[in-house]
Design a protein around this ligand. Structure first.
Ligand code: CA
Length: 290
């Protein structure tokens, strides 16, 4: 399957791709460069805004503008003025943690998890920013919070805490956002890199980025089988999101963080934004309803 380099961004840690269908733009972040990006595939123009601190992920706010999960809490961003406005910092007491991956659920709540910058096991958490701007603690004992998606029937939430090397599923209650009954539905084999960002396709199958594994793979959460794997010309594959006019393109972010000069020579497009066309389309992302 052909994988195309669409933007030779040379991101240090490209992450958090999110397709916004109403504007046909792809939002993504470079965590280490403190940048939020807005990519327009129609023109190839990529706008970057410095938000002044590490930024784990970005979602679109229904009333306009963006909402971020930053090193130091949830914030809004006005892309035109660059204005960042802090909403809440639930881990102000944990300065060695920063926000990492996150997504909005079908009811427009923004879920985002943290990670330990010192990789201290179990010190991170999963949080939820509700449309009324209240923050709720969802899960503790997390190490590196990643990959969040909801099943097509909105009754299951899939989640990755990277060092567990598995995809966890929870029963999910759309009306309240309550989750329960955690279980593992897929296990990442040794030697395949680490499971990182995740997307879901229109048949309910999961697409997972392999950090240090140089690929994205498609998984059936009922049974846990890996159905397909697609290699990229870079090793640090971080996250993926369906996009394009027909939602049948998979955008993939990558990183060049901590690569040696020799590795950079072998992977000149590390940190680039890639795109492939799976045989199945994806589903639209959800906006923040607050
Ligand atoms: Ca990630």
């Amino acid at each position: 399957m052909h994988v195309e380099l669409v933007l030779d961004a040379k991101a240090v840690l490209g992450e958090g791709p999110l397709w916004h269908a109403p504007t046909q733009r792809l939002y993504w972040v470079d965590i280490e460069r403190h940048e939020v990006h807005e990519f327009d595939p129609a023109t190839g123009y990529d706008r970057a805004v410095d938000v002044g601190q590490k930024v784990g992920t970005v979602v679109v706010r229904r009333r306009g503008g963006l909402v971020l999960a930053l090193h130091h809490g949830f914030a809004t961003l006005d892309l035109d003025t660059g204005q960042v406005t802090l909403l809440a910092d639930p881990e102000a007491h944990l300065p060695d943690n920063r926000f990492n991956d996150g997504k909005c659920d079908p009811a427009g709540r923004f879920w985002a998890g943290t990670m330990s910058l010192t990789r201290t096991p179990g010190t991170a958490n999963l949080w939820r920013l509700d449309p009324d701007l209240t923050v709720h603690h969802v899960l503790g004992g997390v190490t590196t919070s990643n990959g969040l998606v909801w099943s097509l029937d909105h009754r299951t939430m899939y989640y990755i805490d990277t060092p567990t090397r598995e995809v966890a599923a929870f029963d999910y209650e759309p009306a309240t956002g309550h989750i329960a009954n955690r279980r593992a539905v897929a296990a990442f084999p040794e030697g395949a890199g680490s499971p990182d960002g995740m997307a879901i396709d229109a048949r309910g199958m999961l697409w997972i980025a392999h950090f240090r594994g140089g690929r994205v793979s498609r998984w059936d959460p009922a049974g846990g089988a890996m159905l397909q794997a697609v290699d990229l010309p870079v090793r640090k594959v971080t996250a993926c999101a369906f996009g394009g006019p027909n939602l049948d393109e998979l955008y993939i972010t990558t990183a060049r963080v901590d690569l040696t000069d020799e590795e950079l020579e072998d992977q000149p497009h590390a940190g680039g934004l890639f795109r492939m066309r799976p045989d199945v389309p994806g589903v639209e992302s959800f906006e923040f309803a607050g």
